[in-house]
Design a protein around this ligand. Structure first.
Ligand SMILES: [Zn+2]
Ligand SMILES: [Zn+2]
Length: 260
């Protein structure tokens, strides 16, 4: 086994739906033998806990507190902690790895990036973009939107998803040769079976992870046995998947086992 990392998680300091502090999370992952965690709180267009009416730089400072709270404990107990975030485009969401606090403070326009700009600018800064839980079916999502051309890969396994959602993502990833990652989307440690990725090299910073993703170096998904086995399920209209075109408009995917 290589080095094990959590790639998707939230704190109550920066995510409105977060329950654990950064410190709570760190103690849990340390116990479970992880090498490190990457904090991905919901950014300003998502379910963020940071007030909207403050100056941009102050909002960025507050947003980073979830990560910083975890980092403090990580330094004490010996768990690596890295910063990232999750951006929301209404219903499809993206994990952004590789931007610094200084970068974010200097670029308030990032709050208005469309998906294309997000990918280009994050790349320019050396980072990487992963579409989070692409096939998730949940009350807060009107329908499935696949935006793989705006990402370096997909989060095929998400512990907050159903097995069906993940099996469908994995099927698409295999079929289209996409890079695939796994994460827990952990809002509340402890959880019974955290997901993550196993890497052959130890990360020194989050840019190392972004580089691995963009160069498509080996990323082994750490998920329970059988996670990608397609369960028996009736794919009603609710499960219909849509793709985004280059103008970021949706159209139905007609060419897969996911079309009811
Ligand atoms: Zn959340
Ligand atoms: Zn999340």
């Amino acid at each position: 086994m290589g080095y094990l990392y959590e790639t998707h998680m939230h704190t109550c300091l920066a995510s409105a739906c977060g329950v654990s502090t950064g410190k709570d999370h760190v103690r849990f992952y340390k116990d479970r033998g992880y090498t490190g965690i990457i904090m991905t709180d919901h950014f300003f267009r998502g379910n963020c806990a940071i007030p909207r009416d403050l100056p941009w730089e102050e909002r960025v400072d507050l947003f980073w507190r979830g990560y910083e709270d975890a980092l403090e404990e990580g330094l004490k107990v010996g768990l690596d902690v890295f910063f990232a975030y999750e951006e929301n485009y209404g219903f499809d969401e993206y994990l952004i790895y590789g931007l610094t606090k200084e970068y974010m403070k200097a670029h308030p326009e990032m709050g208005r990036w469309n998906r294309r700009q997000q990918l280009e600018e994050v790349h320019r800064a050396g980072g990487a973009v992963i579409q989070a839980h692409p096939f998730r079916v949940r009350g807060y999502i009107d329908f499935i939107r696949i935006g793989t051309q705006f990402a370096d890969g997909i989060e095929a396994a998400n512990a907050g998803n159903t097995q069906l959602d993940d099996a469908r993502a994995y099927a698409m990833g295999k079929r289209e040769g996409l890079l695939m990652t796994a994460g827990s989307d952990n809002h509340h440690s402890p959880i019974p079976e955290p997901f993550g990725v196993e890497l052959e090299q130890k990360l020194t910073c989050v840019l190392d992870y972004a580089r691995i993703l963009r160069k498509r170096e080996p990323v082994r998904m750490h998920v329970p046995e059988g996670r990608f086995t397609m369960p028996e399920w009736e794919l009603t209209a609710r499960y219909r998947a849509f793709r985004l075109n280059d103008a970021e408009e949706t159209y139905p995917m007609e060419d897969g086992p996911w079309d009811p």
